[in-house]
Design a protein around this ligand. Structure first.
Ligand SMILES: Cc1nc(NNC(=O)[C@H](CC2CCCC2)CN(O)CO)c(F)c(N2CCN3CCOC[C@@H]3C2)n1
Ligand code: NI
Length: 183
């Protein structure tokens, strides 16, 4: 199982690489990596397991964060309506997005960044993501709210982008013009 020891931290060059497409059908090794990403996210949301293994809570995880520079992510998050979005995807891609932006009023963190970095992270308010699930079935997701934020954070990792790259450091808490604030 993945623990915090497997998660590389800011400054590791792999976090700044553009990850490679996964050739489908995926080999056994890539399939196991995709499964392990989802397992970490779910384990980290289980208080007993998280406490026992010292896991930082997560609602998403990207393969580069475990030093695998391949385009794989796992997301396991419940939105404000209580709908669960649980997807482990090969080669996820944002194929369209709103002009309108949104941001988490609490800012963002990252399992690969040990310190808190303050500030609003502007994201697209609505996105359409295309990717391939564990069975190589093409998945198309129309997302908004927290799920949309998480997928953008994870797909950024596949392109070597960290959440704090988006923060306006001159005025980190300036509400983002015409954006939707998500609590
Ligand atoms: C907002 C939040 N961020 C948590 N951590 N950070 C992460 O997930 C990073 C990715 C997220 C940071 C902002 C957007 C994406 C990991 N990232 O680095 C991967 O690239 C949480 F853990 C968390 N929740 C709320 C829901 N809760 C349900 C019960 O279990 C605990 C869980 C805690 N909400
Ligand atoms: Ni992250």
């Amino acid at each position: 199982m993945i623990t915090m020891n497997d998660i590389i931290r800011d400054g590791h060059p792999v976090l700044r690489e553009v990850a490679q497409e996964v050739h489908l059908p995926a080999c056994k090794e890539d399939k196991e990596i995709l499964i392990s990403l989802m397992q970490y996210v779910k384990n980290s949301q289980n208080p007993e397991i998280a406490a026992e293994y010292g896991l930082r809570g997560g609602i998403g995880l990207a393969a580069p964060q475990i030093n695998v520079s391949k385009r794989m992510i796992a997301v396991h998050v419940t939105d404000e309506k209580g709908d669960l979005y649980s997807h482990a995807l090969y080669n996820p891609k944002i194929i369209s997005h709103s002009v309108e932006k949104s941001y988490l009023t609490s800012g963002e963190g990252c399992l690969s960044v040990d310190e808190a970095i303050e500030g609003f992270v502007p994201r697209y308010a609505r996105i359409t993501v295309k990717g391939y699930d564990i069975d190589h079935t093409e998945i198309k997701l129309r997302l908004k709210g927290l799920p949309a934020i998480v997928f953008q954070h994870e797909i950024d990792h596949l392109n070597g982008v960290m959440f704090y790259d988006h923060i306006n450091h001159e005025s980190p808490y300036d509400p983002i013009e015409n954006a939707i604030a998500i609590d």
